[in-house]
Design a protein around this ligand. Structure first.
Ligand code: ARG
Length: 589
């Protein structure tokens, strides 16, 4: 379905054309002055230059043409040539009914027929997930859901960090601790020998320990590099050990992503790119793009009009090892082969911007993905603590994701009055959803490229732009509808276009009609904050309606039924939007 402004623009287009003007002038936008009108068209101003006429002449002609149009209650010309539009209630109500009945919930299908690969999450095996990975997971999941709702064939791939030096460090450290393990013996046989089970706690502790040692002990570091190279050549013992701790690590990560309602269609990793590195080198060679530089093999990607230095992309280091860029480019070959996407969106910290500019340029030079495929780096800012510095634990360490979610959960639980719940189980489930909703909304309400301050107490407040406020609003509607049903009311599926509307109802309807506009922006800018904003606006408009108008106690039958239908539609729209944000609603709070 078209958004409301696109729908109205089509009406204005006809009117401009009927008056002999270019239909492209009939662009309708939301009103800058809501006290005067709901929508406006400034096309006459543009037309004035085109036709060398005073703008009011054009606006007056178009206004006259639309005077009896059934969509409009008022069409007015305002000097010097604005066209101010206010809809008839019937028209607005009918539009809302149509969006509710539409299988795509009235959202414009901007990505129909497009394959969208969202590269997000990006966790590193054996390293515990930390809050740096939180934003990628939250934002990426929402972008994927928004793309699906826009008709795209969207799917997520984690791009696991499972093949770099950190793997060598882990193996080196495990070997120091457990030299007797069969996988370290020179006669290890993957057919007969087994690798002992590795405990996830030990695994998560091994990496920081090894990483610390490698920084102070050059010999340790040398060995770790050697082990990494051996692993990459699939040394039987190391490879078996790697496979075993990969499973443990992945299961651990999945647990955390489940808590966050984050779900990847694919769990490919850097290790899977290994199979495509030879092909990448051959392709770069064939296109004459590889150059020798200080013993390394590089691709030059600078352009004449660059105003900042653009270093070449290193494909093979002088010791013949692969680096981050090699893996990312080889992964593009894999992705072309497996998916042939139209878009690849990388939801990664904006500080990695240079890396992505480099590899996207290299990709275009080599023609790895299909010509019309667009790669984009959807960068995000840092999550800061109250002091404005990157979020830390109390003792100054890196806060781990599970610990952060546990704290959020405890606080959410403490905020819930036990008397409101069926039992403790119920209360815990709500606390779980509330804590995740608060964390996610606190992030998603900000434009992704901005840094923001993580302030869980504020996120948990039922006032203001918070996840808690959204969930609370939904529970209000749920309990109201349940009460109505108990009293025997039938809640209509659509609004009655003939029933008179109160100002608060009209405002709520306009806010619901506006969702498509926010959605369009969210898709074109790949920015979930517009969805978060739209959900918040509906919650606020609903609160005014709930406060100003009688609903259950309304005596006029038709009005009462219509208000119940409006409650139902508001709830459905809010549930749709929270779903796009990856947030689950609750029944009581
Ligand atoms: N594992 C990386 C990190 O922790 C993020 C990977 C992002 N995706 C990519 N295709 N480079 O920084």
């Amino acid at each position: 379905m078209n958004t409301i402004t696109t729908t109205l623009s089509l009406l204005l287009k006809e009117a401009f054309e009927a008056c002999g003007y270019d239909g492209a002038l009939g662009v309708v936008t939301k009103s800058d002055r809501p006290e005067l009108c709901q929508f406006q068209c400034n096309g006459a101003m543009k037309g004035a230059k085109l036709y060398k006429l005073p703008p009011f002449k054009i606006a007056a002609a178009v206004t006259e043409k639309l005077a009896d149009h059934p969509a409009f209650l008022k069409v007015e010309m305002a000097m010097p040539g604005f066209i101010n539009l206010t809809l008839k209630n019937e028209y607005l109500t009918d539009y809302i009914n149509k969006t509710a009945a539409d299988p795509a919930k009235g959202m414009p299908q901007l990505l129909a027929g497009k394959k969208v690969l969202v590269d997000y999450g990006g966790p590193n095996v054996a390293k515990p997930l930390h809050i740096g990975h939180l934003r990628s997971a939250i934002i990426g999941e929402s972008i994927k859901r928004i793309s699906l709702a826009a008709g795209g064939d969207a799917f997520g791939d984690t791009h696991l960090g499972d093949w770099g030096l950190q793997m060598g460090l882990v193996i080196t450290e495990l070997r120091e601790r457990h030299p007797d393990w069969r996988c370290f013996a020179s006669d290890f046989d993957p057919e007969k020998d087994t690798v002992p089970p590795i405990d996830v706690k030990e695994l998560n502790e091994v990496y920081p320990c090894a990483s610390g040692k490698s920084k102070t002990d050059p010999e340790y570091s040398r060995v770790a590099h050697e082990v990494t190279a051996e692993l990459q050549k699939k040394h039987p013992g190391y490879y078996a050990l790697w496979k075993s701790f990969m499973e443990v690590s992945k299961a651990d990560m999945k647990g955390i992503y489940d808590r966050l309602n984050v779900d990847f269609e694919y769990w490919y990793g850097e290790s899977d790119a290994e199979d495509y590195v030879e092909e990448l080198l051959a392709l770069l060679e064939e296109k004459n793009l590889l150059e020798e530089s200080e013993g390394a093999r590089v691709v030059r990607v600078s352009r004449e009009d660059d105003n900042a230095p653009m270093p070449p992309v290193i494909i093979k280091k002088s010791d013949n090892s692969n680096i981050y860029a090699t893996t990312d480019l080889a992964t593009m070959i894999q992705r072309r082969r497996l998916f042939d996407p139209d878009y690849v969106w990388y939801v990664v910290d904006k500080r990695q911007g240079l890396h992505f500019t480099q590899i996207f340029r290299a990709e275009k030079l080599a023609g790895i993905l299909k010509e019309e495929c667009a790669c984009e780096h959807l960068g995000f800012g840092t999550m800061n603590g109250a002091d404005g510095k990157p979020f830390k634990t109390r003792d100054g360490g890196v806060m781990q994701l599970n610990a952060l979610l546990d704290t959020a959960y405890e606080k959410a639980l403490a905020s819930l009055d036990p008397a409101k719940f069926r039992d403790e189980e119920h209360r815990k489930e709500v606390a779980d959803r509330l804590s995740v909703a608060s964390v996610k909304f606190g992030d998603l309400i900000n434009n992704r490229s901005k840094d923001y301050v993580f302030d869980f107490d504020r996120f948990l407040s039922c006032e203001g732009k918070t996840g808690a406020y959204l969930l609370y609003t939904v529970t209000r509607i749920t309990s109201l509808l349940a009460k109505a049903q108990k009293e025997g009311a039938v809640i209509p599926e659509s609004l009655d276009t003939a029933v008179a509307l109160s100002p608060a109802e009209k405002e709520l309807l306009l806010t619901l009609a506006d969702v498509g506009e926010y959605f369009e922006q969210a898709v074109t800018e790949r920015a979930p904050n517009y969805i978060a904003e739209a959900a918040y606006r509906i919650a606020s408009a609903f609160s005014v309606f709930y406060h100003d108008d009688r609903i259950l106690s309304e005596e006029d039958e038709a009005k009462r039924a219509n208000r119940l239908a409006l409650c139902r539609m508001t709830k459905e729209k809010m549930e749709f939007l929270t779903h796009l944000l990856g947030i689950e609603t609750v029944d009581v709070m």
